[in-house]
Design a protein around this ligand. Sequence first.
Ligand SMILES: *Cc1c(COP(=O)(O)O)cnc(C)c1O
Length: 345
Amino acid sequence: MDIVDLRSDTVTLPSPKMREAIYRAELGDDVFSEDVTVNRLQQIAAEKLGMEAALYVASGTMGNLVSVLTHCGRGEEIILGDMSHIFLNEAGGISALGGVFPHTIPNQPDGTLKLSDIEGAIRDENIHFPRTRLLCLENTHNRCYGAPLTPEYTASAVALAKSRGLLVHLDGSRIFNASVALGVDPTQLTSGVDSVNFCLSKGLAAPVGSVICGSADFIARARRIRKMVGGGMRQAGIIAAAGIVALEGMVSRLAEDHENARIFADGIRNIPGLATDAGRVKTNIVYIDLLRDDFSDGEFIKRINANGLKLSHTGPGRFRAVTHYGIVKNDIERALTILRGVMQK
Ligand SMILES: *Cc1c(COP(=O)(O)O)cnc(C)c1O
């Protein structure tokens, strides 16, 4: 049976063009900065995001970890959203490996952090307090229905951070979804930040990898931290080759994923026993709430799986669907038909 897999945009498989590029990739030892394919990917990434330099890393989690550890010393504090991926889903790495202290403030439904909350979280100079070093934003915001942060919001948060001497890291794992959804250049979403991380292996469909971008000095320091956490990969051009195809050829098609997500969310609204906040869907992420208590979350997943649909379970009564390369309108119709069938029982 064909499965409609909406658990994540990380399930995407490389395109035929990517496999071709992988086959032909020119390689070298990237720990010596001698892999021309990796160097090219880094150059393209830095240009697209309007930064001086870039560094290829194994994953988004590694990109965030290396960025935070490059910016912060042990015992220093970062301000981040209570729904942020760094706080919720990265195994506490910044604390476990870097001794960095997380100070969470509430994410608003649109993925932003209130400027007044940021202001309130910044510590004064006092021997009782950790030093506040860094503000982290997330765009698009995974847990907030894939909400894209606007250039205006980003600029206001960056201005506040700068005025108080803080650095800014942007977890831009899906930054290109944000730029496509808002119809703005990605450089408008990174303007003024000190580092940004984005994923090649999500909607852009490359098999492996993320890229960190920042100043040349930041990237030089990040390169040492990447080595420290075991992220120095040798002939990494073999996977970076697919990343180049992803950056050059897969960005504009994200609009199709966004449209499919909207169609899916509209369909969910008409299924009794399920709910979604369809008005919030602006990119490729939809959350679904199960309103029936006559079957458990586990039972719901079992039934949709048995009928050929996969969603991820993200909390009590809550499920996530993510549209991506490889999912077409027909798959969305089929997913809705499966859900209708399961909810009729
Ligand atoms: C997926 C994701 C990451 C981590 O990426 P991995 O490659 O899975 O480690 C970080 N931040 C956000 C917002 C993400 O969605």
